[in-house]
Design a protein around this ligand. Structure first.
Ligand SMILES: O=C(O)CCC(=O)C(=O)O
Ligand SMILES: [Fe+2]
Length: 302
C-alpha cells in the first residue's frame, strides 16, 4: 500500500516535471519566435532604408536643383516675375533689329496671361492631335502648322489670341516693339511621359541653347498645359547657370519666357511619372524667318 502511494507520488511528480518541461519549451519557443519577429522587423527596416537611399540617389542623379524660381503652387499674377541676366554675345553674330534684338536679357514667369480654362482647352486639343501622331519613345511633338489642320478652327482661334498676349508680355518685359517680333519655327505642342527613349528625338532632357539649336529664335516662350506634381513628376524646367541651377515648376496656364541665347542655357528634367503637356511658342526679330499663324485652309476668319 505504502509502495503504491509512493509510486503514485512519484507518478504525479513525473507529470509535474513533464508539465514544467513542456511549459519551459513553450516559453522558449515563444521567445524564440518573438526574437525572430524582431529580427524580421529589423531586416525590413534596414531594407526600406536601403531602398529609400537608393531611390534618393537615383533621383538625385537628375535633380541637381539648387534654387526654385517659381513653384507649381504659387500664382504669379498680374505682374510677371522677372529675372534679368546679362546678354550673351550670341546676338552679335546676327543682324541687329533695333526694337527687337535682345539688349535686355533674362527670364520671366507669369500666370496672369493665359487662364487655366484656356490651358485646359488647349490641352484637350493637344491630347487629340497627339493621339494621331505620337512617338513611342516618351517625347512627342506636334508642329502647330501641320497640326493645326487636324485640330480645327477652335484651336486656330485660341492659339492666335494666346500667342498675341504672350507676344505683348514679352515685349513689355524686355522693352520691345511687339510689331517687330515675329512668330518663328518650330512652334509646337509637346507631350512627354516616362517611357524609355527610342530614338535621339525622344531625348528631350539634354542641356541646350535655343538660339544655337533653332537658329532663328530670339525669344522663347513656353505655355504649360499641365501641373507639376499632380499630372506628372520630374519634368521641371531648369536654367543651368554657372554656379546654380534654377528651376521653374510647370503649372497649367503658366507662361515662362526668356531671351534665347547662351545666357539661358537650359534643360528639362526627365519625367518620372505621368504626362506633361506644353506649347513652345518662339519669336524672331528677323522678318526673313517669320511664319504666319496657323490657319485653316480656305481662309476661315474669326
Ligand atoms: O518644355 C519645356 O519646358 C522646354 C522645352 C524646350 O526647351 C524647347 O522646346 O526648346
Ligand atoms: Fe529649349
Amino acid at each position: 500500500m505504502a509502495l503504491l502511494r509512493m509510486r503514485n507520488a512519484q507518478g504525479s511528480n513525473a507529470t509535474e516535471i513533464e508539465k514544467k518541461i513542456k511549459r519551459g519549451n513553450a516559453l522558449r519557443q515563444g521567445s524564440a519566435w518573438r526574437g525572430s519577429r524582431w529580427l524580421v522587423a529589423l531586416l525590413l527596416v534596414v531594407l526600406s532604408v536601403c531602398v529609400a537611399a537608393m531611390w534618393l540617389y537615383v533621383t538625385s542623379l537628375d535633380s541637381d536643383v539648387t534654387e526654385t524660381l517659381v513653384r507649381q503652387g504659387e500664382l504669379v499674377s498680374p505682374q510677371p516675375r522677372v529675372y534679368t541676366v546679362q546678354c550673351s554675345e550670341d546676338y552679335e553674330n546676327y543682324k541687329r533689329y533695333p526694337g527687337c534684338t535682345p539688349v535686355k536679357c533674362g527670364r520671366a514667369v507669369t500666370d496672369g496671361v493665359v487662364t487655366r480654362e484656356e490651358a485646359q482647352i488647349l490641352r484637350r486639343l493637344a491630347e487629340r492631335g497627339l493621339a494621331l501622331a505620337g512617338s513611342e519613345g516618351g517625347a512627342s511633338i506636334l508642329d502647330l502648322h501641320s497640326g493645326a489642320l487636324s485640330m480645327g478652327k477652335q484651336f486656330v482661334n485660341i492659339y492666335r489670341n494666346v500667342r498675341g498676349r504672350i507676344q505683348a508680355v514679352i515685349a513689355e518685359t524686355f522693352g520691345l516693339d511687339p510689331t517687330l517680333m515675329y512668330l518663328t519655327k518650330p512652334t509646337f505642342f509637346s507631350r512627354i511621359n516616362s517611357t524609355t527613349a527610342k530614338t535621339q528625338h525622344d531625348e528631350y532632357w539634354h542641356p541646350h541653347i535655343d538660339k544655337v539649336t533653332y537658329g532663328s529664335f530670339d525669344y522663347t516662350s513656353l505655355l504649360y498645359l499641365s501641373d507639376y506634381g499632380t499630372d506628372f513628376t520630374g519634368g521641371r524646367f531648369i536654367f543651368m547657370d554657372q554656379n546654380n541651377n534654377r528651376t521653374v515648376e510647370p503649372r497649367a496656364g503658366r507662361v515662362s519666357f526668356f531671351s534665347s541665347g547662351t545666357e539661358n542655357l537650359h534643360r528639362v528634367e526627365k519625367v518620372t511619372w505621368g504626362t506633361r503637356y506644353a506649347i513652345t511658342v518662339s519669336f524672331t526679330c528677323d522678318p526673313a524667318h517669320a511664319i504666319a499663324d496657323p490657319a485653316i485652309p480656305g481662309g476661315t476668319h474669326g
